[in-house]
Design a protein around this ligand. Structure first.
Ligand code: CAA
Length: 257
């Protein structure tokens, strides 16, 4: 399918989605959201796809929600339509999604990266929540996900001043999992996604669910949830195969069941 704002490819078992609005530094408008939902939906129903990489251009992952689209809106408009709540669907992707961030990831761009399961950053990446400089605040989860990722002090600093942080600071503060040279970004992200896609699908999906639950519940409930998922994986053929392969000193052949 041809998209107006995305370039979508498959690399073996990995789906690669590039945001593609170069004239607006990949600003996130309603077309991008609608197309991302379609692209995610297609990869989710495709059994051959085990993981997704979401990226932008060298200059910008995404420079935020589209300011030109938002500027004329008033309270009644945004309240009645529950403006930007549609992005919640992107955050609920079941298959693992890696954000590969080069250049600017600002406002909604930083928030979109944080909706992914982890972020691999190019050494050129710059993260920030500059909404305060526009007379608004983050609206796609920045005040919540950023605080969970980097803690109150750094989140307050970024959200209240609107300043950007570079890749090294983002890695130090726990927002990104690794920083790589800009020219290796896609290669590294595809390799990480291919590794995930090569593993047993039920265990990958449950691992994602378990870690995600840690951000939403008490330790006691989280531990109970984890243990139930752990138990349930003993009902899969892949658990038998994975452990037998270890004992027999060979590579496992997973059937995703
Ligand atoms: N929305 C719409 N258009 C944008 C945009 C955005 N968020 N960010 C950049 N653009 C457009 C610019 O208007 C410009 O278009 P024109 O050539 O037609 O003027 C084009 O992209 C290139 O941008 P610049 O000329 O500004 O590029 P630069 O290299 O000089 O600066 C930048 C880069 C520092 C990222 C700067 O573009 C910038 O500050 N962008 C806005 C960042 C921002 O405030 N993001 C938050 C948006 S609000 C939000 O996201 C709310 C939310 O939480 C959901």
């Amino acid at each position: 399918m041809a998209y107006e704002t995305l370039i979508v490819e498959t690399h073996g078992p990995v789906g690669l989605i590039r945001l593609n609005r170069p004239q607006a530094l990949n600003a996130l408008n309603s077309t991008v959201l609608a197309e991302l939902k379609l692209a995610y939906g297609a990869f989710h129903v495709d059994e051959a796809i085990g993981a997704i990489v979401l990226t932008g251009s060298e200059k910008a992952f995404a420079a935020g929600a589209d300011i030109k689209e938002m500027q004329p809106l008033d309270f009644a408009d945004v309240y009645k339509s529950d403006f930007i709540s549609g992005w919640d669907e992107i955050a609920k992707a079941r298959k693992p999604v890696i954000a590969a961030v080069s250049g600017f990831a600002l406002g909604g761009g930083c928030e979109l990266a944080m909706m992914c399961d982890f972020i691999i950053a190019a050494d050129t990446a710059k993260f920030g929540q500059p909404e305060i400089t526009l007379g608004i605040i983050p609206g796609m989860g920045g005040s919540q996900r950023l605080t969970r990722a980097v803690g109150k002090a750094k989140a307050m600093d970024l959200v209240l001043t609107g300043r950007m942080m570079d890749a090294a600071e983002a890695e130090r503060s726990g927002l990104v999992s690794r920083v790589v040279p800009a020219d290796k970004l896609i290669e590294e992200a595809l390799a990480a996604a291919a590794k995930i896609a090569s593993l047993s699908r039920p265990s990958v999906l449950m691992a994602k669910e378990a870690v995600s639950r840690a951000l939403e519940t008490s330790l006691e409930e989280g531990l109970r949830f984890e243990r139930r998922l752990f138990h349930s994986l003993f009902a899969t053929e892949d658990q038998k195969e994975g452990m037998a392969a270890f004992i027999e000193k060979r590579k496992p052949v997973f059937k995703n069941r």
